[in-house]
Write a protein that binds this ligand. Structure first.
Ligand code: NAD
Length: 337
């Protein structure tokens, strides 16, 4: 199989591309190497991917529509895993335009390329933030998601809708994932785990929002990649003879080969429990500066994993007592500390 992964130098893109390569596939990686966080980390991830013969790397922004279209039509991937985006909830209050450019224009260019040269399966990343102001937990894919709290969430909801319309009009089989707080080795420096470990190992205080009461359904990166790998083979085609159509809670659209799937285990953990796990893994006590919930943040996320389980026979289950030490040990090795 030939797969194109956008955002291949990013945290999730790197792990996804590496998994696809390990499975013996050809992988085309596209990444604009944005400066949202240390590009050196992205370069180091790319170096690892480049060590595989079956990997081809391209460095440009998805907003360059004709460049992306040419690449797609020249190399004709069968699968596209679209992970490149301006990520981060809080940064969308600082620099909203980056979300419009990368998430809306970038995704539009990916969709256009798939229209002109159809693929077997397009998979794209959305987020648990799409549930926004919903308070009913667990978050189910069948719940209405019409209360985005930030432009990040709004841009991701928009990409789900844009992809649904292309799927309807042009028949592109599409799966949109809603990821729940992903963490693990090679993780993102703007996210809580990375920031906490960074400060704790330097004996600096950490900022703990919502007095530590917020809960997150943390998903370990290996579990996420396992789910993505299984969903790649789960092509959303409406077939009246297929048992897949009778999956309870399925989000397969009645008017398009399009499906929405949560990727999260459904085991929310409070921020204070998470920090306690980091303290155990680092052998240090954190000095905590308690702060209110920032605007746009969700106090609790919890995935319903029922649909993922029904489709793939799998749900994320790595506990933070395994995942956090795995991150800390990668971090210590990477930063030699
Ligand atoms: P990341 O920032 O590490 O990776 C994104 C990559 O895309 C980066 O390497 C960046 O250089 C690249 N990129 C950004 N804008 C681009 C553009 N316009 N053109 C080309 N390349 C561009 O983030 P991640 O955590 O790996 O996230 C991957 C996807 O998953 C994103 O779509 C994100 O919104 C989504 N997501 C992530 C999480 C999480 O917890 N990490 C949760 C929910 C959703």
């Amino acid at each position: 199989m030939r797969a194109l992964v956008t955002g291949a130098a990013g945290f999730i893109g790197f792990h996804t591309a590496r998994r696809l390569l390990e499975e013996g596939n050809d992988v085309i990686g596209v990444d604009g190497m944005t400066s949202y966080y240390d590009p050196e980390l992205k370069r180091r991830r790319q170096e690892i991917l480049r060590s595989y013969d079956r990997y081809q790397a391209f460095e440009f922004m998805l907003e360059e529509g004709s460049r992306y279209a040419d690449l797609h039509s020249d190399l004709q991937p069968e699968i596209v895993v679209h992970l490149a985006a301006q990520a981060g909830v809080r940064y969308s209050l600082e620099n909203p335009r980056a979300y419009v450019d990368a998430n809306l224009i970038g995704t539009f260019n990916v969709l256009e390329a798939c229209r002109k040269k159809p693929v077997r399966h397009l998979l794209l990343a959305s987020t648990s933030s799409a549930y926004g102001g919903n308070t009913r937990v667990p978050f189910r894919e069948t719940d209405p998601a019409v209360l985005p709290l930030t432009l990040y969430a709004a841009s991701k909801l928009a990409t789900e809708h844009m992809a649904h319309s292309y799927s309807h009009l042009f028949g592109v089989p599409t799966t949109a994932f809603r990821f729940f707080t992903v963490y693990g080795p090679w993780g993102r420096p703007d996210m809580a785990l990375f920031l906490f470990v960074w400060h704790i190992l330097r004996n600096e205080p950490i900022e703990v929002f919502n007095d530590g009461a917020s809960q997150r359904d943390f998903t370990f990166i290996d579990d996420l990649v396992e789910a993505i790998s299984r969903l790649i083979g789960c092509i959303p085609i409406r077939d009246p003879t297929s048992a897949e159509n009778s999956v309870p809670g399925d989000t397969l659209s009645p008017v398009a080969p399009f499906r929405l799937v949560n990727i999260g285990g459904g085991h929310p953990v409070s921020l204070l429990e998470f920090i306690a796990e980091i303290e155990r893994a680092t052998g240090r006590n954190a000095e905590k500066l308690f702060k209110p919930l920032p605007p746009g943040d969700i106090a609790r996320t919890e995935a319903s994993a029922d649909l993922l389980l029904a489709l793939t026979g799998y749900r994320p289950d790595t506990p933070i007592s395994t995942g956090v030490p795995a991150f800390v040990s990668w971090y210590r090795q990477f930063y030699d500390c």
